[in-house]
Ligand binder design. Structure first.
Ligand SMILES: [Zn+2]
Length: 278
């Protein structure tokens, strides 16, 4: 189910209607109808809001490379490159969870994306492994277990104070409705996230980005727990491997990664539109 459709279903379920409230102010300024009606141009589609999350920052450097490269620095460089790529063409608005070398808690990153009503959340990281031969990129989405735990925690009364899911304030809902809303939304979001992750894996493969075996993995990362924003965490390579470390600091490779991710985002939203039409 595509996200906007799911949102409508969920809003409907909670007894809300988007069109129920009159907006008298909107009609007051309408000019008188001209005798010759000009064809109304179709408004351009609203740009999607993509939230980029460069991992770590500030006192948390993230993984450290053999030559001392810091994860927080390379993921920021790639996030900036991706931001530039996405802004070309006007299809997207782009916000970052951190705009500088500052520490931002994981839950705060999710909260910022939710407050801004992001359409997509992409967390960027580089990994480290005790075995220095291990190299290649991988993509994570939220595991079923973690998703269920998160849904239960969010639906619990004490966590509901300001929680909104798909435009519905959970505090206003009885327990069983809140649970159903969160579970429905989370399940749909997990499916959208998996589709996104598979798209990234395919795009990386066709762009010549080296991949780990079993590239799409599932885990309980806290930054992936938003109930209504499709999200993936991309490990762009291993800083513990000297070849990957060198590549991640080379600007040409950073641009290649950013272009592959931009193509994945394009494919994700393109496919979403195709699904809704079918
Ligand atoms: Zn990391």
């Amino acid at each position: 189910m595509a996200a906007p459709y799911r949102r409508n279903v969920i809003a409907g379920l909670a007894g809300l209607t988007a069109f129920g409230l009159g907006m008298p102010g909107a009609w007051a300024n309408q000019p008188a109808k001209k005798s010759i009606a000009k064809p109304t141009p179709t408004p351009p589609p609203k740009p999607k809001l993509v939230f980029l999350d460069p991992g770590h920052g500030g006192r948390d450097p993230g993984a450290l490379g053999v030559r001392g490269t810091q994860e927080k620095v390379v993921v920021m460089a790639i996030a900036r490159e991706l931001q530039r790529e996405l802004l070309v063409g006007g299809r997207y608005r782009v916000l970052l969870t951190r705009a500088s070398d500052s520490f931002v808690a994981l839950r705060e990153r999710v909260a910022r994306a939710q407050a801004a009503k992001a359409d997509l959340f992409l967390s960027l990281h580089a990994d480290a492994h005790p075995d220095s031969d291990v190299r290649g990129a991988s993509v994570y989405t939220l595991s079923e277990d973690a998703s269920d735990r998160e849904a239960a925690a969010l639906a619990a009364r004490e966590n509901r104070a300001d929680a909104m899911v798909s435009g519905v304030r959970l505090a206003d809902q009885p327990d069983n409705v809140a649970r159903t809303l969160v579970a429905m939304s989370q399940r749909g979001t997990v499916n959208d996230s998996r589709r996104l992750a598979d798209t990234i894996v395919r795009t990386f493969a066709s762009s010549g980005v080296r991949l780990l075996p079993r590239t799409h993995r599932q885990a309980g990362f806290a930054v992936l727990t938003s109930p209504d924003i499709p999200a993936a965490l991309v490990e762009l390579g291993y800083l513990s491997n000297s070849q990957d470390e060198k590549l991640l600091t080379v600007r040409q490779h950073q641009i290649a990664l950013a272009r592959a991710l931009r193509a994945s985002v394009d494919a994700h939203f393109g496919a979403g539109i195709a699904t809704r039409k079918a």
